[in-house]
Design a binder for this molecule. Sequence first.
Ligand SMILES: Cc1cc2nc3c(=O)[nH]c(=O)nc-3n(C[C@H](O)[C@H](O)[C@H](O)COP(=O)(O)OP(=O)(O)OC[C@H]3O[C@@H](n4cnc5c(N)ncnc54)[C@H](O)[C@@H]3O)c2cc1C
Length: 360
Amino acid sequence: MSKPDVIVIGGGIWGLACAYACVKRGQSVAVYEAGHVGQGASGGVVGSMSPNVPEGWNAMKQFQFEALSSAENFWAEVDVLSGLPSGYGRIGRVMPIVSERDRVLCEERARNADVLWQGKYRWDVLETHRLIPAKAALFGVTHDTLSARMFPAFAVASLAQACLQLGVEIIENHPVTALESGIISGDWGQARAQAIILAGGLDGFALLDGHLAHSTGTGVKGQAALLQCDLGAAPQLYADGVYVIPHAHGVVAVGSTTEKTWDHLEVDAKLETVIEKARSLFPALGNAPVLQRWAGVRPKARRRYPMLGPVPGLNGVFSAMGAYTIGFGIAHKVGEVLADFSGGGSYGLPKNFTVKWHME
Ligand SMILES: Cc1cc2nc3c(=O)[nH]c(=O)nc-3n(C[C@H](O)[C@H](O)[C@H](O)COP(=O)(O)OP(=O)(O)OC[C@H]3O[C@@H](n4cnc5c(N)ncnc54)[C@H](O)[C@@H]3O)c2cc1C
């Protein structure tokens, strides 16, 4: 491809989703990846796609709701095109209610969900659930039917393959070291395009720093594990900061730590604490063997929310940065938004998602 319409920097879930949306609109696309596709945060094991609680509704919650409700069709389309499974499933989520006050709030959320989730999904308050021990469910449990999951490594592989099928050029082992309007550079040379989408996860922030008034983002380390345990058609479980995500291929993910300060990227004893806590909260895990331990870094933009769209001062450069804890659930909608911008259009983003707001 001599000069593509769009260059995407980064082959994680957001970069691939942007490439996919752009190529579907007829743009020629090249993805420049520093190493290999999925080597960043997107290569993990957890893959929860869960909503914010249905209360205090705002433009950001609406954005996430629209993404979560359209994810099913998106991943079905990608998987058909690629011939690979993303592991997507709308399995719902169960959480114990921890106090009388929480119960009142949950019952209010159930009423809110009928309206805010447009009657398509439910937030039910139940007395028990077979996977939650009775002593943890003294005030009942909530069950939402909007939550879903996919298996991150599978989803990346499926989306990358779908991109290739549609003609996206994926150029691995090409780190980008400098970014200007219409041009990227590395020790491999330079490349030009009408539009450049930066989706570089944690390392991508360095390409923006220096162009903008503040440093643009940082990373929050997380550790998670994969256990050999077939919970069948069980929903996600969440209690006391621990997620258990049953995947389609007879494994469950258990996560995650949240480490704002970290000095190494390996797994350590903090993960064992999470695994033990999960076993005690959810006895169905029993002594299921640990198949994989994984650590990654969530890319967190300066002010926590996704940082999307035009980069002030850099014509034709657009940010798809700051996926933080919700990258998988909204990836395809981020792709659509960035395809709007890179195609010369605009999108009415929630104010708190814009680069401009992050830099104020
Ligand atoms: C333990 C843990 C659990 C998590 N659980 C969930 C969850 O349940 N649900 C959820 O939605 N999210 C979860 N996340 C967060 C999720 O992983 C991220 O939001 C998402 O993967 C970020 O995707 P990304 O494409 O922005 O970044 P990345 O996946 O990091 O991709 C960025 C890519 O850009 C490349 N790159 C960087 N710099 C350059 C450069 N200069 N030139 C070329 N290429 C470059 C990198 O090599 C990388 O491949 C979790 C994260 C962790 C660590």
